[in-house]
Design a protein around this ligand. Structure first.
Ligand code: ADP
Length: 815
């Protein structure tokens, strides 16, 4: 009974020792002490067996004995290892006499005074886990009851150690969770949701929060244990609804919304129910997404401003359009646009400002506001950020505050081709720490505004230059128009519309043939087509039809407009009203007509009298009178020729030239006229090259007149004499006659006008040769009336070749 009681007492003590302690080492220490006392042993220890090694953390022992604490490799003691592995209790009454003990171990035991011992192993899952050793420093016989008690003790120690281990692991895992909970960047809180009697969420209690909570929200951890209504004030419906959704459905939800109670900062919160359905606890993970939201807002703002800029038309509009918006978006007191001019000396300043500040506008001298150092930064395109002008070495704080009424600003300079050209700035009255995304936004805005401003300037310059041209074009006394290659009028100045009596929109609807006089249409179209295909400018006199049906004579200078590929894409026309000139010409023609007609009759009579008188004087035999009379008759004949030329001119220009056509041999005609010409000048050698020809059907008299004119010109304009070659050549259905001299020649410019009425080359050498400039005019009219053509090739100082080409008789009769 006593033994049993002692045993019970021992086991209670053992349990007490185990329960009080948490760590395995502590358990081992106190339990082995209790056991040593109870067994009245000299030493007691519990070793854990791990991976073939016995680990003794601590041994309870009598005073004066050495400690056996340490790690022992069981491999060293193979016999002992087998016993341990088999899980057998190992009793050694006297180590010196025992046989089943490794020699090494025996010596070790002797040296440590382990003379007698009782070893009780603990086997778990078939493996040795630990061993309790009760030791005596002298031989001892161990009673069975002692052995079984030792076995019981070993089991209890193992259980206590194991429990302590599990608890520690559990604690460690909890610790891990707590560390995680506190170390993550996201704020995490657990809320206990409070419902009213209608099952509506009315409030919640913050029951737990991590360390990031303070960082993310700025709340101190004192809010734990408080209600939302206390730490948030009014809660946005979005949050209440989210919480209700999570509790009622058990589904997690993610919400993005600003929180008024946190300066309107934006939060993204992930809410999930803790503890399954029916629970009222919600865990929330928060992220402050204000910066992201700001960036999103900035992007939207940038898009809005860009749209405004697209619609802007003048540079001056920039500020009106975007200044105020920038002011509101950045919540600033002033925004400034500064265009830098004249080699960074002057600047044009425009600003938007809050009503309590004064405006700054107009041209300024840059040196009044910034120094060389500031200028250098701007030139380098460096963004200038000033939190407080009074603490910046870059600016004169008091002056900035005085002039601009501000103490903080950002300035973004734009540099182009190494020159500072523009700066945009935003300013605030109080010192301000500018956010990164504000700076980035302003940089982007500045670049966009500058690009737009640059374009606006270019557009303005273009508009001005267009305006200039418009004024010139519309004030011009000439009609100016543009046509496409199809002959449609695509632009007309006001003058041209006035000339024709139409308003411009109506005129632009009209076809070219609606305004060109019928009889000039073919000539006009031919010339136009030639220009379109060959790209050569031309001048034309033609008649246009006024709206009221009257005819207007115009002189048109027509030039091609080329596209990038070098093709004609349109035609520019300068049209001058020559109606008045034409009227004067007509009056002149009428006068010449009347005068020459009136002169012709008396002159013809004078010539008859003169011829009679010459006959009479020939009879008298006075050579002097005869010579005088003959000279007088020569002059009278010249005068009559002149009168006939004048009469022809009026006929030609009046379209009254009547041809008396007949069949004749051109070669014979040429021969006759060359013969006559030879009589005029002894100085010239006139040669004829002729081919056998078919006949001509033409006005023989008039063709003779043309030949006379060309021959007399060839003689007149080669005053030094020389060869004159007349060539007659048959072509396909035409015949070509040319008269070539080696005389003065004609300057290139004059060649174009040589067939015009009254035109004479005004160079000193030809000026002194008498003539009135009608011969070639009449000749060409005669040839053209025969459906022929006339032209000239001439080299100044070398000579000229005049050609005319006529249809042969066959061709003519076929017609
Ligand atoms: P006119 O000879 O009476 O002046 P024309 O009509 O016959 O008038 O000729 C016009 C102008 O052309 C002349 O004034 C002259 O300058 C120039 N011209 C005509 N034929 C020749 C020629 N063979 N060589 C040089 N110039 C000529």
């Amino acid at each position: 009974m006593r033994a049993n009681e002692a045993r019970q007492t021992y086991l209670v003590k053992l349990d007490d020792a185990v329960r009080r302690l948490a760590a395995p080492a502590g358990i081992e220490e106190s339990v082995t002490r209790v056991a040593m006392e109870h067994f009245d042993a000299d030493r007691c220890y519990y070793c854990e067996i791990e991976a073939g090694k016995a680990v003794i953390r601590h041994d309870a022992r009598r005073e004066g004995l050495p400690s056996v604490a340490g790690v022992y490799d069981l491999e060293r003691f193979p016999l002992h290892k087998t016993i341990v592995e088999k899980g057998r209790t190992f009793i050694v009454p006297n180590v010196r006499e025992a046989d089943s003990i490794d020699e090494d171990l025996r010596q070790l035991c002797e040296s440590l005074q382990l003379i007698s011992f009782l070893n009780v192993p603990v086997i778990k899952d078939g493996q040795p886990a630990g061993q309790l050793c009760i030791v005596q420093s002298m031989p001892r016989d161990w009673a069975d009851i002692e052995v079984s008690l030792a076995e019981e003790t070993a089991e209890r120690i193992w259980a206590a150690v194991e429990r302590s281990r599990t608890q520690k692991a559990l604690f460690q895992s909890e610790e891990k969770y707590r560390t995680l909970f506190n170390s993550i960047d996201e704020a995490v809180t657990t809320l206990e949701i409070i419902f009213d009697e209608n099952d509506k969420v009315v409030d919640w209690l913050m029951i737990e929060s991590n360390q990031a909570m303070t960082k993310v929200t700025g709340w101190s951890d004192e809010i734990v244990g408080k209600k939302a209504s206390e730490y948030l004030g009014d809660v946005e419906a979005a949050w209440t609804e989210a919480v209700e959704h999570v509790v009622k459905t058990g589904e997690p939800i993610r919400v993005e919304h600003p929180v008024a109670g946190l300066n309107g900062n934006w939060f993204e919160v992930y809410l999930a129910l803790v503890g399954g359905k029916g629970s009222r606890q919600v865990v929330c993970v928060y992220n402050n997404i204000t910066e992201r939201k700001r960036r999103e807002e900035n992007l939207a703002f940038l898009a809005e401003i860009s749209q405004d800029l697209v619609e802007m038309s003048k540079p001056e509009d920039t500020l009106e359009v975007v200044g105020a918006k920038i002011g509101t978006h950045f919540n600033i007191a002033r925004s400034m646009f500064v265009e830098i001019h004249e080699n960074e000396e002057k600047a044009m300043v425009r600003d938007w400002h809050r009503t309590d500040l004064t405006g700054i506008h107009g041209e300024v001298l840059l040196s009044q506001f910034i120094d060389e150092r500031y200028l250098k930064k701007c030139r380098a395109g460096e963004t200038i950020i000033i939190t407080d002008v009074h603490h910046s070495p870059l600016v004169d704080g008091p002056q900035v505050e005085k002039i601009f009424g501000v103490t903080s600003f950002i300035n973004i300079p734009i540099v182009k081709e190494g020159k500072w050209v523009f700066t945009m700035g935003i300013y605030d009255v109080l010192p301000r720490k500018w956010h990164n995304e504000e700076i980035e936004l302003l940089e982007e805005l500045t670049a966009r505004i500058w690009t737009r401003l640059e374009r606006a300037h270019a557009e303005e310059a273009l508009r001005r230059s267009e305006e200039n041209y418009r004024v010139i074009v519309n004030q011009s006394i000439a009609g100016i128009l543009k046509m496409d290659v199809q002959g449609r009028v695509i632009f007309s100045n006001e003058r041209f519309c006035e000339m024709l009596g139409y308003d411009c929109p109506t005129l632009l609807q009209m076809d070219i043939n609606d305004i060109v006089y019928e009889k000039d249409q073919e000539r006009n179209t031919d010339a136009f087509m030639q220009l379109v295909s060959a790209g050569k400018a031309y001048e034309i006199e033609k008649r246009l039809l006024h709206k009221d049906g009257s005819i207007i004579w115009v002189n048109n200078q027509v030039s091609p407009i080329f596209n990038n590929m070098g093709n004609v894409e349109g035609v520019a026309i300068i049209s001058i009203d020559i109606n008045h000139q034409k009227e004067l010409e007509q009056q002149k023609d009428e006068f010449i007509g009347v005068a020459s007609h009136e002169l012709k009759t008396p002159l013809t009579s004078i010539r008859a009298y003169g011829e009679i008188l010459e006959e009479v004087l020939l009879g008298s035999g006075n050579p002097r009178y005869i010579a005088l009379m003959s000279k007088m008759n020569g002059q009278i004949n010249r005068l009559i020729k002149l009168i006939y030329a004048l009469l022809d001119t009026t006929r030609v220009s009046g379209g009254q030239l009547i041809l008396q056509k007949e069949r004749f041999d051109l070669n014979t005609l040429v021969e006759e006229h060359v013969q006559q010409a030879r009589l005029i000048s002894a100085n010239h050698n006139i040669l004829i090259h002729v081919e056998t020809l078919t006949e001509l059907y033409a006005d023989k008299e008039r063709i003779g007149q043309v030949l006379d004119n060309l021959l007399s010109n060839a003689i007149k304009y080669s005053p030094d004499g020389g060869n004159i070659v007349v060539n007659v050549e048959e072509k396909e259905s035409t015949v070509q006659v040319s008269v070539q001299d080696s005389g003065l020649g004609i300057p290139p410019k004059a060649q174009e006008k040589i067939f015009d009425r009254f035109f004479r080359v005004k160079v000193p050498t030809t000026k002194i040769i008498s003539g009135i400039g009608l011969g070639l005019y009449i000749s060409r009219e005669i040839i053209e009336k025969h459906d022929g053509s006339m032209s000239v090739i001439s080299v100044e100082g070398k000579g000229s070749i005049f050609y005319f080409e006529l249809p042969t008789a066959e061709k003519n009769q076929n017609l």
